[in-house]
Design a protein. Structure first.
Length: 261
């Protein structure tokens, strides 16, 4: 059975916040994080606000992430951002394969794999997103889809590199829709993901893996979700844009963590 880990709470701000808004939001999260030491926090602002966020988190336990990266380190790739640039901007993490990138920007398992390699080259920890659409779930293809996404994205990744990544199960039908997976649905799927990882990397490495749940996480559902054994934290979209709800999600997860150690 996977040991309980400190709740890992990441906020994906997507294409929101000016620099001033980002500074204010991170400031509130930093202040609250001091009283919530049992959680790990990552904020993932837009690129334009990374500098403000990096300044504001300095000396705090809050970590910084980028929303995407290109697989080359530099070159003639107008509009792209590289791993070395994100590391230089103060990032420790980077999202890879978010469903919005897969659906709207042509991300594939092959490009996910290349971005994971690029992130690791720059000592960034990739937060790798996987998840099925509603049609895929309803046609009984969830396990196939997740299995394929994992096999493709993690293809060739050795165990030491695997230990640097964070996985995020994000059912596409739950992202930004207000429709959350039930705790039982999320747990069933996350347990499946961990079993797949166990087949590939062994029991110890898979039980240490951080597997997040994402999809309409809110203060009202965070406690019940985090009580599930295979949910190690959350990737939060909409509710991370308000400090109060993001912090309350962390507080709810900590409450569940203390109860179900
Ligand atoms: C996300 O974008 O990763 C996400 C989970 O969004 P939301 O929380 O708004 O569903």
């Amino acid at each position: 059975m996977a040991p309980r880990k400190k709740p890992f709470i990441a906020g994906n701000w997507k294409m929101h916040t000016t620099r001033a808004e980002a500074r204010a939001l991170v400031g509130e999260i930093v202040r609250a994080s001091r009283a919530l030491a049992e959680a790990e926090f990552v904020v993932i602002p837009p690129y334009t606000a990374l500098a403000e966020a990096a300044e504001t988190i300095a000396g705090s336990p809050v970590a910084l992430g980028g929303q995407n990266l290109f697989w080359e380190d530099k070159g003639a790739y107008t509009g792209e951002i590289s791993g070395p640039m994100l590391a230089d901007a103060g990032c420790d993490f980077v999202l890879v394969g978010h469903s919005e990138r897969r659906q709207d920007f042509g991300e594939t398992d092959e490009t996910v794999k290349k971005r994971i390699a690029a992130a690791l080259r720059s000592r960034l920890r990739p937060i790798v997103c996987i998840g099925e659409t509603l049609a895929e779930r309803e046609s009984g293809r969830t396990w196939d889809i997740l299995g394929t996404q994992m096999a493709g994205g993690l293809d060739g990744l050795d165990e030491a590199s695997f230990r640097r990544i964070v996985l995020a199960y994000e059912p596409v039908w739950a992202i930004g829709t207000g429709r959350t997976a039930t705790p039982a649905q999320a747990e069933e799927t996350q347990a499946f993901i961990r079993r797949q990882l166990e087949d590939k990397y062994g029991k110890e490495a898979s039980s240490c893996a951080i597997i997040l749940y994402g999809g309409s996480v809110k203060p009202a559902n965070a406690y019940a979700l985090f009580r599930e054994r295979n949910i190690d934290g959350f990737l939060v979209g909409g509710a991370s844009l308000e400090a109060a709800s993001f912090i309350e999600i962390a507080a709810e997860a900590i409450k569940a963590f203390k109860e179900v150690k």
